[in-house]
Design a protein around this ligand. Structure first.
Ligand SMILES: Cc1cc2nc3c(=O)[nH]c(=O)nc-3n(C[C@H](O)[C@H](O)[C@H](O)COP(=O)(O)O)c2cc1C
Ligand SMILES: C=C(O[C@@H]1CC(C(=O)O)=C[C@@H](OP(=O)(O)O)[C@H]1O)C(=O)O
Length: 408
């Protein structure tokens, strides 16, 4: 079974990403993983940190000469800003005087880094985390809650996309469909994997230039107003064979697995499969995707409102999922809070923040989707090598083609 895990803190030395269960023979390079990491850094609405921080990728294990070798894949994403955080985030104890609020440098940013974080931000992990883990300072909580962790998941997502592509020809694309109140109009074209370069070039990863301009304006207005924004992203996977996931075990349903993984992304508060929320209001006669033809393994449907999943299984149509991001909780126009050290009224901590995470959020949602689809694909095909997995998939699809070959 394909499994993955990440470790590391936002301002720590590095993030670590581990993947177990990838077959041997998947072509993947640090350039390909690096370009996924670079894509996550694109987009209008992020704060200063994205401009100066660099992801320093190294492949530690599981890949040799550009091919996976079947062993666990280990990736390290070093943080170029580590020297500034070496004391605050030291794993070993440090002398108390080094952690004084003003360690003598007189540098305001240095002072801010060292100060205990006792003014929890409503919407962030600070308050429940500090109380649950019995910590006087929310620093350790926000360090791990931070979406910096998504760099590790995006790196793993690049491996997952290579697995999907090389075994089954499955490809993914992600885009932004809403930021604040600005929405992609109904009827706008749905992007395909061929549109990736164009989407990368757009400041808000939007297919429609007029909507993109309105989204940029909306982000700029929020920033000027000391506020933050949320929005909605969509991920589309094409070339998915029938039968990934299962109706037989609740937790193994493909839609359940996708929803769980997407919901695990920082700030995601809603997941939609296909037109889930809209179809809730339609009569059944208009809500489903009529089957127009079934021949030699190919299914023709009148629509794809189900987002390519029926009964917890892929149905051969493109998979289409959406994730709703809430607005960033470090609101410059700080929200009311209570100081954890004194119990006195305070305002939530604010040093710097993104205005919106929706644009990188699309890329992160794509990685999450790729990981779940790769896991479901390998569940279906089994196999220790790409050749074996692809052969098993071929035998299965040939059987479906055989079953749906109608002779007069
Ligand atoms: C790409 C990305 C960037 C984010 N940047 C910030 C930020 O600058 N400030 C902030 O308060 N939250 C930011 N968040 C959201 C927090 O990480 C998230 O709200 C927090 O961990 C609490 O988790 P929850 O919102 O899922 O409940 C970001 C999220 C993502 C996906
Ligand atoms: C570093 C990243 O995102 C960070 C995620 C984040 C948060 O609270 O989630 C808060 C911000 O960091 P800071 O509080 O240090 O300014 C973002 O920059 C990244 O995505 O690479």
């Amino acid at each position: 079974m394909l499994r993955w895990m990440t470790a590391g803190e936002s301002h720590g030395e590095a993030l670590t990403a581990l993947m177990e269960g990838a077959p041997a023979g998947v072509a993947i390079t640090s350039a390909r993983i690096g370009s996924a990491l670079a894509r996550r850094r694109l987009g209008h609405g992020r704060g200063a940190r994205q401009r100066f921080e660099r992801d320093e990728l190294s492949i530690i294990g599981g890949i040799r000469h550009g091919l996976t070798i079947g062993s666990p894949i280990a990736l390290r994403i070093g943080n170029s800003e580590w020297p500034k955080w070496r004391t605050v985030m030291s794993a070993d104890p440090v002398p108390a005087e080094d952690l004084l609020i003003d360690a003598g440098t007189g540098d305001e940013r240095e002072i801010a880094r060292n100060r205990p974080l006792t003014r929890p931000r409503p919407g962030h992990a600070d308050l429940p985390g500090a109380l649950k883990y019995d910590l006087p300072d929310a620093r350790p909580v926000l360090e791990r809650a931070s979406a910096r962790e998504t760099a590790a998941r995006v790196a793993l997502g690049a491996v997952a996309e290579a697995i999907l592509e090389q075994i089954a020809g499955i490809r993914l694309v992600s885009h932004v469909v809403r930021i604040g109140e600005v929405r992609l109009p109904a009827g706008a074209p749905t992007p395909t994997p061929e549109d990736v370069e164009r989407l990368d070039a757009d400041p808000v990863r939007c297919v429609d230039p007029a909507t993109s301009a309105a989204m940029v304006e909306c982000i700029d207005a929020a920033r000027k107003d000391g506020d933050t924004l949320g929005g909605v992203v969509e991920v589309i996977a094409t070339g998915v064979p029938i039968g990934l996931g299962t109706h037989t075990v609740a937790a193994s349903r493909l839609d359940a697995r996708l929803a769980g993984e997407l919901m695990s992304i920082q700030a995601v508060k809603g997941v939609e499969i296909g037109d889930g929320f809209e179809t809730a209001g339609l009569p059944g006669s208009q809500a489903h995707d009529e089957i127009l033809a079934l021949a030699d393994g190919a299914v023709t449907r009148a629509s794809n409102r189900a987002g390519g999943i029926e009964g917890g299984m892929s149905n051969g149509s493109p998979i289409r999922v959406r994730a709703a991001y809430k607005p960033i909780s470090t609101v410059p126009r700080a929200l009311r809070s209570v100081d954890l050290a004194t119990g006195e009224p305070a305002t939530g901590l604010h040093q710097r923040s993104d205005t919106t995470a929706v644009v990188p959020g699309a890329v992160i949602a794509q990685a999450a989707t790729a990981l779940v689809l790769a896991q479901a694909l390998l569940d279906k095909t089994g196999g220790d090598s790409v050749t074996e997995c692809a052969g098993n998939l071929r035998a299965y699809t040939e059987r479906i083609a055989e079953r749906t070959h109608w002779t007069a």
